[in-house]
Design a protein around this ligand. Sequence first.
Ligand code: AMP
Length: 256
Amino acid sequence: MANQGLRGENLRFENTTGDDGRYIGPIVLLGPPGAGKGTQAKRIVARFKVPQISTGDLLRDNVARHTPLGMQAKAVMERGDLVSDDLVEEMVAERLKRDDAQRGFILDGFPRTVEQAIWLDGFLKHGIFDNQKGKKLKSSPPIVIRMDVDYNLLKLRLTGRRSCPTCGRIYNVHSQPANVDEVCDVDGTRLVIRDDDREEVIQERLATYERLTRPVADYYDRQRRLHVINGDRQPDQVTEEIFQEILRHSAAAEGR
Ligand code: AMP
């Protein structure tokens, strides 16, 4: 019964319409695997109508399509390690030039190393250049939000995580189950467990986060751009706080 409210809340946030055409700019979501970045990103997409760019999803798509990038990334991902910076940076650069990213975008899972963060700063500072249109696209420094979650809660979330291979909706058997066990509420597809959400890989992914991605937050903190949000709370409370940060930042970016 306790989950009933959560289901409703999830849909409430995902059905909101708030697109007023304003410039939102880059949003970077940081946090360990299982912090709820994917769930929050989907709500930001619904509210602000900017695309979610998940490097994990882009890489998994390349693996599934057996592209040269996918072939290089597959074994590394299965071990829970990081794909090399230059491969991921090139993939992100291509994605950011698309029309749908020009009012802003959410980076989910990127940057994951300090090197990637430095690369992103340079990329945004020099302006994203659209070769086809021959012009520079508007850009601004990212708003950086880190979601912190207790370690034991993270492990529970990751082992319980299920996703829909058709629409990408994320569920959790403990906290956010589908209405019908293991079946997507939206399109009826059977839910799947990601390969790297297996217990032994989870340990490795959390260790990799501590080692390589924590310093990314420190990098942004030194630039006074880091907003830390307590991700242990109900998803809605987290969403409210994230929306407020985005609106504050967007108002400042519009005035620039
Ligand atoms: P995620 O879905 O974000 O947890 O990513 C799944 C896997 O894709 C990671 O464990 C890495 O192997 C790879 N990956 C995703 N994003 C990056 C990134 N920014 N840099 C390097 N590897 C990445």
